[in-house]
Design a protein around this ligand. Structure first.
Ligand SMILES: Cc1ncc(COP(=O)(O)O)c(C=O)c1O
Length: 470
């Protein structure tokens, strides 16, 4: 394809992209295809000779689009969002065009220095302490793995990196029963072992009970384990409960334990002064992750990982083969030493475009509006006799269920599961569920880039009507 042909097709593609944005609500939010349907429509081998761009686009529309679940639909209330926005998409186009590989400063100084500056912008926007430094990782799972590996190495004097796992007491990692499964995955990968991940009970509001944490750590220390790291969550996946950082941090400080904070989605709410209470105790934090690719209108992938002492992270990940030796080493940030991958995309550019083309006040207003509409939805649900709210509505997630009178627990669970499937199969909205104390709980997240109160009101009407027709 010549640059001239590229220009022609790219213009066509931009029209397709804008049309998609304008018509996204006309698609079924959750793809309605059956397993194998798309696979069977794709030829078993690539063509030997070039096909036309128009035939490629035809297949995109006819084969691929029916198998897409529309995360960018404002009727998407499932999981946590993976938002895009026009400023972010424009930056992604530039990133793809430049195709830089940003493993070290020398392979694109602008990428490294923009990343350094964007992490300062973000750190200050969410009000993390000034000494923290940041790096962009692909996901919160990777960021948390980096934190746990760094905590492991610090705790063992960098011996596991050198000698492997021999002759060391068993390390322990702590998190709450509501913590995201990425922590369990990180503990497995780090060689610490799933059995050494201790899940601390939560209170009625689904946040970690610090007195239980204190007792468990004391027991572990007495029994010869080596407490290594606590992962606290700001905004758990099930209910957006917030673990009490100050109380947890005091326990960590007293016992020389690393404190990592996972704020994957809810970290975006920290751009609002009225949500700074979630960071009370921030002076105890060693590392912190939040994903602009969830709620901050920045295309997946973009996970912001912050650390109080980056030298510990670098010492954990550093490698120096001959071909990566440079004259600038030591005077610049070579981000390949700040995490698992060597090769890195130029992700800072989309943060730059999102923060500049929105401006921080517009970002705040949008996030505030999402939080306001969650509160309004919760009010409406509470006012119905046959529905109930299942967890405090802290930020932008509403947990609820349909609960007609005189039904047993199992029947209510089955009814809500059927309701969830029926709503998703309608293609009109997309919700997911969680389990709260054995109760099948519907969960509605109001965080999609373009969601408004009207979308939420229409969704609520659908939910009420579908529930009562069961
Ligand atoms: C609280 C929390 N932490 C971590 C993750 C994992 O995020 P990622 O897909 O960026 O690894 C999620 C995903 O939703 C989450 O809710």
């Amino acid at each position: 394809m010549t640059p001239g042909e590229f220009r022609k097709y790219a213009h066509e593609l931009v029209d397709w992209m804008a049309a998609y944005m304008e018509s996204v609500e006309s698609y079924p939010v959750k793809s309605q295809v059956k397993p194998g349907e798309i696979f069977d429509r794709i030829p078993g081998a690539p063509p030997a000779t070039p096909e036309s761009f128009s035939s490629f686009m035809k297949d995109l529309d006819e084969i691929i689009m029916p198998g897409i679940s529309h995360w960018q639909s404002p009727n998407f209330f499932a999981y946590f969002p993976a938002n895009t926005s026009p400023p972010s998409i424009l930056a992604e186009m530039i990133i793809s065009t430049l195709g830089t590989q940003c493993m070290i400063w020398e392979t694109s100084p602008a990428a490294a220095e923009l990343e350094e500056k964007m992490m300062i912008w973000l750190r200050d926007l969410i009000c993390l302490p000034a000494g923290f430094e940041g790096v962009i990782q692909d996901t919160a799972s990777t960021s948390t793995l980096a934190a746990i590996l760094t905590a492991r190495e610090k705790k063992t004097g960098y011996r596991i990196n050198e000698e492997g796992m021999k002759e060391l007491p068993q390390l322990r990692i702590y998190c709450s029963e509501q913590t995201h499964s990425s922590v369990e995955k990180a503990v497995k990968i780090a060689g610490i072992g799933r059995k050494n991940l201790v899940k601390v009970p939560v209170g009625e509001d689904f946040s970690m009970d610090p007195s239980r944490l204190r007792d468990i750590i004391a027991d572990d220390s007495r029994n010869g384990f080596l407490p290594c790291c606590v992962v606290a969550t700001i905004g758990t996946t099930g209910t957006t409960s917030v673990d009490p950082l100050r109380a947890i941090g005091e326990i960590c400080a007293k016992n020389d334990i690393w404190l990592h904070v996972d704020a994957a989605m809810a970290g975006t709410a920290l751009i609002l002064p009225e949500f700074q209470w979630m960071l009370d105790g921030k002076e105890y934090i060693d590392s912190f992750v939040f994903n602009p690719h969830k709620w901050m209108f920045t295309n997946f992938d973009c996970s912001a990982f912050f650390i109080k002492d980056p030298s510990l992270l670098i010492r954990t990940f550093e490698i120096l083969p001959e071909y990566l030796r440079t004259r600038t080493r030591g005077s610049v940030n070579d981000y390949r030493d700040w995490g698992v991958p060597l090769g890195r995309r130029f992700r800072a550019l989309k943060l730059w475009s999102v923060m500049r083309l929105y401006g921080t006040e517009a970002l705040r207003e949008k996030v505030r509006m999402h939080i306001r509409i969650a509160a309004r939805l919760a009010e409406l649900i509470s006012s119905e006799e046959d529905f109930e709210i299942m967890a405090p509505v802290v930020i932008n997630v509403v947990c609820f269920r349909f609960r007609p009178k005189d039904l047993g627990k199992e029947e209510v669970n089955r009814l809500n599961e059927t309701l969830n499937h029926r709503l998703n199969d309608s293609g009109k909205i997309y919700l997911t569920h969680t389990d709260l104390n054995g109760n099948y709980t519907l969960r509605m997240v109001t965080g999609q880039t373009n969601v408004t109160i009207d979308h939420v009101m229409r969704a609520w009407e659908l939910i009420r009507a579908a529930a009562r027709s069961l």
